[in-house]
Write a protein that binds this ligand. Structure first.
Ligand code: IMP
Ligand code: MG
Length: 175
């Protein structure tokens, strides 16, 4: 079966949910008395977005954007294309981008500037995973779940060629 290409479990669902509780509490404390908008980046952030939002105890709304991804390759093209833009108005709002992984940083660097240009009050980044070894653009997440090594990660929303997003844990692609 195709799953023969998937390695061992690196991070369990329980670990992710525990971390989401901690980050949710942190966001709640950081934005006391404020209203926020969580922007999930489709499709990789879908499970992590659910974990974060239920742990944020503030007035909040959600929205989603979709940007171009790697396709069937494991290397970034370095080009970011918006496939689905926001449905809501974020002017004067505190925004938190919820992303699956920061690798080269190209996607988030682009998105952060794009959203800042819409007269937001603030733009922060909340990522499930951070792969610092891949970084090409100097950008850091404000809230980060776990650091991962230089492997191609799959599971818990992250795909290879659109597959393996449904694995309820973080694993990697064997070469
Ligand atoms: P960046 O622009 O290089 O930081 O890449 C960001 C996007 O590339 C993420 O939103 C993912 O969709 C994808 N990506 C980067 N690294 C991985 C990985 O290890 N596994 C799966 N997708 C990845
Ligand atoms: Mg993605």
């Amino acid at each position: 079966m195709a799953r023969d290409v998937v390695g061992e479990i690196m991070i369990t669902q329980e670990q992710i949910q525990q971390r989401a509780k901690e980050i949710g509490r942190q966001i709640t404390a950081d934005f006391q008395g404020e209203e926020i908008v969580l922007i999930g980046i489709l499709r990789g952030a879908v499970l992590w977005m659910g974990d974060i939002m239920k742990n944020v105890d503030l007035d909040m709304t959600i929205d989603f954007m979709a940007v171009s991804s790697y396709g069937a390759s494991t290397k970034s093209s370095g080009v970011v294309k918006i496939i689905k833009d926001l449905d809501s108005d974020i002017e004067d709002k505190h925004v938190i981008i919820v992303e699956d992984i920061v690798d080269s940083g190209t996607t988030l660097n682009y998105l952060k500037h794009y959203l800042e240009n819409r007269n937001t009050k603030s733009v922060r980044i909340c990522t499930l995973l951070d792969k610092p070894s891949g970084r090409k653009v100097d950008i850091q997440a404000d809230y980060s779940g776990f650091q991962v090594e230089d492997l191609f990660i799959v599971g818990y929303g992250l795909d290879y060629d659109q597959k393996y997003r449904n694995l309820p844990y973080i694993s990697f692609l064997k070469d």
